[in-house]
Every structure is written in structure tokens, then in C-alpha cells.
Design a binder for this molecule. Structure first.
Ligand code: PDD
Length: 283
């Protein structure tokens, strides 16, 4: 995990340095992606790179590069296997602190690797259901941009930790939006419901995959408004993200979700994910 990518170079992590005037550091003027690689192969890599371009365009940073080649090489240099790649692109270094920036600035590009569990190799029994709390969604109005400005997210995760929970689900104007670093789904009578895509949530690549897999398997999945009462009354609640795939939520604000166990539709979805992953690995 010791080689990182910084502005075109692959270097040891302890030699990587960024200016204190970098706008990512001063303003959170930057966007990012977290991309899992299993056995050295990127999972939904194209989808992540498309979202990266979407985020960059939305904040008017131009950074075109062969990200696929760069990240795959970085994973190789870190020993391959099961790693998640963190890629951050900030607007760059203004040489001083200024709200105003020059449109022609050179962005700062940083990527590093972290080990991840081989979720699919370990099987469904290795997945533990999580406890969650519900908190207010205090984020800005463009949650569709994967910005590094994550202060509200980290504060609610800390709140969850202090409550003995592993996840925080956020609610804006009485409706659930998503988790601190994951999307949200619930199951009612065999149908999956998820908050609608828009500026209030991140368009998750895993959420998109669940939509695809559900459609192929004949499982109905719909976008819907989810309020607190509906969440607590659900048959199953799930969260999804690249590094965790799809995870059952078994308790919310101290109350069990249904019987407090991992649900049958979750088990089916996990199986669909595993088949998808096996097909990907076997070409
Ligand atoms: N987070 N919503 C939020 C707020 C997120 O931060 C994430 C991912 C997701 C799920 O997106 P995807 O399925 O494409 O990973 C939804 C990453 C993992 C992170 O911040 O570490």
C-alpha cells in the first residue's frame, strides 16, 4: 500500500507532498472516487470514471487522462489482489488563499490504495447486518457531485459510532436521502424501493447495479419517497456502496428491522452480485 500516484508520478507514500495552498486542502475544492479492484480488476470501473467526469464537469475542473491505465498500474505496483483505489482531483494550487480561481489552473491528482475484503469470495454468511441511526441531512444542495467536502458525513458517522451503530442514514425535509457513505433501499412485499436520483443523493454505482440486477431477475425496484415511518415498517432495509456491496440493516434507532435478521431478498441480491462478479472475473 506504499506506492501512491501524485501528479503523474508513482512514488512512495512518505515522499508524496502537496502544497498547503492546494485548494483541496483549503476549501475542499476537489472531487473523488473510491473504486474496488478484485484480483487486480476494477469493478464497475467505467461507471466510476463516468461519474468522475460528471463531478469534474459540475465544478468546472478539466482533468482528462487515461485513468483506467493509471489506476490499474497503481494497483499492480501495490501488489494487485483486492484493493480499493481512492482517486482525488483538486482544482490545484493558487499560491495563496483566494476564493477566486484561475480557470486555467493545473489540477492536483492523487491516488492511493487500501486493502478491502473479498466480499464475494467470503460468501453471504460473512456479511454482518448493521445497526444504523437516522440523523438530519445537513449537506449542501449538490450531493450528486462526489465532492471531498464531507464534514456533515463524518459528523453523523461519529454520532452513529457514539450510539453503538455502524451507519448513519440521513433525512431531509422528512424524507430519507441516503447513508453517510452509501445509498439506501428498503423492501416492502417483495418490491425494492430507493430514494429517487437527483441533487439530494449521490448516483451510486452500486445502486445502479442493483437496479440492473433486479430488472434482469424480474424483481421490481422503484424510486420512491421514504419517510421515517415507512423505513421502520419495512420488511428489509439495505445500504449499498462500492466497498461494501449490498449490506442488510438489521436495526434502526434501536428498533429491529422486521425480525432483526438478514432478509431473504437481500440474500437473493447478494447471490446476484456474486454471480455478476464471477462472470466478470471469468471473462
Ligand atoms: N462512498 N452515497 C454517498 C454519500 C457515498 O459517499 C457513496 C460512496 C455512495 C455509494 O456510491 P457507490 O455505490 O458508487 O460507491 C452513496 C464511498 C465508498 C466513500 O466515500 O468512501
Amino acid at each position: 500500500m506504499n506506492t501512491v500516484f501524485l501528479n503523474g508520478d508513482y512514488i512512495p507514500a512518505d515522499q508524496a507532498q502537496v502544497s498547503v495552498f492546494d485548494r483541496g486542502f483549503l476549501f475542499g475544492d476537489s472531487v473523488y472516487e473510491v473504486i474496488p479492484f478484485y484480483q487486480g480488476v476494477g469493478f464497475r470501473l467505467d461507471e466510476h470514471l463516468q461519474r468522475l467526469q460528471y463531478s469534474l464537469r459540475a465544478i468546472q475542473i478539466t482533468a482528462d487522462d487515461d485513468w483506467n491505465t493509471i489506476l490499474t498500474h497503481l494497483v499492480e505496483l501495490n501488489g494487485g489482489g483486492n484493493l480499493s483505489v481512492y482517486l482525488q482531483i483538486s482544482r490545484g494550487n493558487t499560491g495563496r488563499r483566494s476564493h477566486v480561481y484561475d480557470a486555467e489552473m493545473t489540477p492536483t491528482v492523487f491516488a492511493c490504495c487500501n486493502p478491502i475484503k473479498d466480499i464475494y469470495g467470503s460468501g453471504p454468511d460473512a456479511v454482518s447486518g448493521v445497526r444504523a441511526i437516522v440523523t438530519e441531512d445537513l449537506r449542501w444542495g449538490r450531493c450528486d457531485i462526489k465532492s471531498t467536502g464531507l464534514l456533515p458525513n463524518i459528523l453523523v458517522m461519529q454520532q452513529a459510532k457514539q450510539a453503538g451503530a455502524q451507519d448513519a442514514l440521513m433525512m431531509r425535509d422528512g424524507l430519507l436521502t441516503e447513508g453517510a457513505s452509501c445509498n439506501l433501499m428498503l423492501v416492502e412485499n417483495g418490491v425494492i424501493y430507493t430514494p429517487k436520483r437527483g441533487s439530494e443523493i449521490l448516483g451510486g454505482t452500486t445502486r445502479e447495479l442493483i437496479l440492473e440486477l433486479a430488472a434482469k431477475d424480474g424483481i421490481s425496484m422503484q424510486e420512491a419517497d421514504i419517510d421515517y415511518g415507512r423505513l421502520l415498517a419495512a420488511d428489509e432495509v439495505w445500504v449499498s456502496s462500492s466497498t461494501r456491496a449490498v449490506v442488510p440493516v438489521i436495526e434502526i434507532d434501536g428498533q429491529p428491522v422486521a425480525d432483526g435478521k438478514k432478509g431473504p431478498l437481500w440474500a437473493r441480491m447478494f447471490e446476484l452480485f456474486t454471480c455478476y462478479q464471477n462472470d466478470l472475473m471469468n471473462g
